[in-house]
Design a protein around this ligand. Sequence first.
Ligand code: GSH
Length: 235
Amino acid sequence: MSYQLFYWPSIPGRGEFVRLFMEAAELDYEDIARTDGADALVEDLHAREGIRPFAPPYLVDDEVVIGQTALILLYLSDKEGLGSGDLATDLKLMQLQMDIADLVEEIHGTHHPIAPGLYYADQMDAAYEKAADLRANRLPKYLIHFDNALAANGGPFMLGEQWSHVDTSLFQLMEGLDYAFPTYMAQMQGTWANLEALQAAVPDIEGLAAYLASERRMEFNDDGIFRHYEELDEQ
Ligand SMILES: N[C@@H](CCC(=O)N[C@@H](CS)C(=O)NCC(=O)O)C(=O)O
């Protein structure tokens, strides 16, 4: 049976981090809400009982149902034999994946700094301040952290020549930042050269090139996590 991915059909969002890994690994999966619509997702989630995912993305593998992007990637990586083969190293990869999740949340906070349920237009002043701090402090801190980690094994990937879930996620992170903050990212070019090299190398992973060129690869849009609002990219 193929994996079933449940994620909102109209945004790349966190679902794309899972998709990129599955495509790179050439795994068979059904993208349920993209074929059956968002209602199918809501119905499925509400029908689940007990310990269930809080929010999409979540993955169904027969009896196994897992939420949280980082955990889904750990599960798939382990099950498909795409980890490092060493527990301590796999935990380091997981640590990085959770760092990525933390940063993704902060990026989401640039357009929703007060409440996820409010419109951007109702929290623009706070958004402006949050985005300025992200650009000045948080992005350099996180991206240099990832860049230094990449330098440890000589690149282009986190484990050197062997790609992992961290690399497909860092690729998506960099693509999203280029979309959301093009002026800032252009100005900072070269500051995190290892990350830029990874961003260039990931599309060459066998299995990914076809996906990235296909219509299934969703473009960033201004309903998702990575949004481009010119005023949040001002220098
Ligand atoms: N920490 C979770 C966050 C999941 C999450 O926030 N999902 C969003 C879509 S990207 C959602 O639908 N949230 C609904 C909610 O928070 O009520 C992860 O990394 O997967």
